[in-house]
Design a protein around this ligand. Structure first.
Ligand code: ADP
Length: 247
């Protein structure tokens, strides 16, 4: 528990740091983007200067996207508090996945039809599941199985897990996987913000994250959230933040 607490504090201070940097960086990028795109438009479209400004604009836009994901990591509270059905989020999201990346990957779903709803931000939770699925797919470059499960845990919690039969993580990677900017992927492919965004969003929903990984066998990420009983009321899940964060 001590280690889990330390980890939570570390993530919190990293979150604050990241938020500060992201905020300042946003202003810098805004200035670059504004000047570059105005100058780009002022140049003949087949000129070298036009192309140069176009490259600057694109780079600044890419930077802007990174800043956005940094800000979503730093933001500790969910934007919305509505009733969310995780099964529905999973179904919508996997439909998208199947259409894009899943050709060599078998998708299995084991969704509890009686899953209780939870209170939260559907958009942020979709992003969480998307990040986990993208990581799972990345870990299975040849073939494999991606399994998504949901179930009720006792009377007042729900669990969702994303499991792959991919590369798994060695201990050094597992220990750092949730830290912002930690990535083993090549430049341009990974930002290292996926799991840290997962961590902060889950935490903002008073939930917990557990990572289980075995080298060569695969990885399972399990998320647990407070559930609503029959009807979700904003603020209902507030008191339930005693949940431990950890593996
Ligand atoms: P990114 O995906 O951009 O690298 P993440 O924060 O999502 O950033 O993940 C950090 C690192 O954790 C990854 O680079 C990878 O080494 C490891 N990782 C995350 N998920 C998995 C997984 N399902 N299987 C194997 N390794 C993983």
């Amino acid at each position: 528990l001590e280690i889990q607490l330390q980890q939570a504090r570390k993530m919190e201070s990293l979150g604050n740091l990241a938020g500060g940097i992201a905020h300042d960086m946003n202003n810098v990028l805004g200035a670059i983007l504004g000047i570059a795109s105005a100058n780009q438009e002022a140049q003949p479209s087949d000129s070298d200067t036009h192309r140069a400004f176009e490259i600057i604009t694109r780079a600044a836009e890419r930077g802007g996207k990174m800043v956005k994901s940094l800000l979503s990591f730093a933001r500790q509270s969910p934007a919305e508090q509505r009733e969310v059905n995780l099964n529905q989020i999973i179904r919508e999201e996997t439909e998208l996945l199947e259409r894009t990346t899943l050709s060599k990957i078998r998708l299995e779903m084991d969704l509890d039809p009686d899953l209780k709803p939870m209170l939260g931000d559907a958009g942020a939770l979709t992003q969480v599941l998307m990040n986990l699925c993208v990581n799972a797919v990345d870990a299975m470059p040849d073939r494999g199985t991606l399994t998504l499960r949901t179930r009720n845990l006792g009377r007042d919690r729900i669990e969702v897990s994303v499991e792959d039969t991919g590369s798994g993580m060695p201990k050094e990677v597992l220990d750092k996987a949730m830290e912002p900017f930690f990535t083993t992927k090549e430049i341009g492919k990974g930002t290292g913000l996926g799991l840290s965004m997962v961590y902060s969003t889950v935490k903002a929903h008073h939930g917990e994250v557990a990572l289980d990984s075995h080298l060569g066998l695969g990885t399972r990420v399990t998320l647990r959230f407070p559930a609503c009983d029959s009807e979700c009321r904003p603020g209902q899940a507030e008191g339930d933040s005693r949940a431990e964060a950890g593996r």
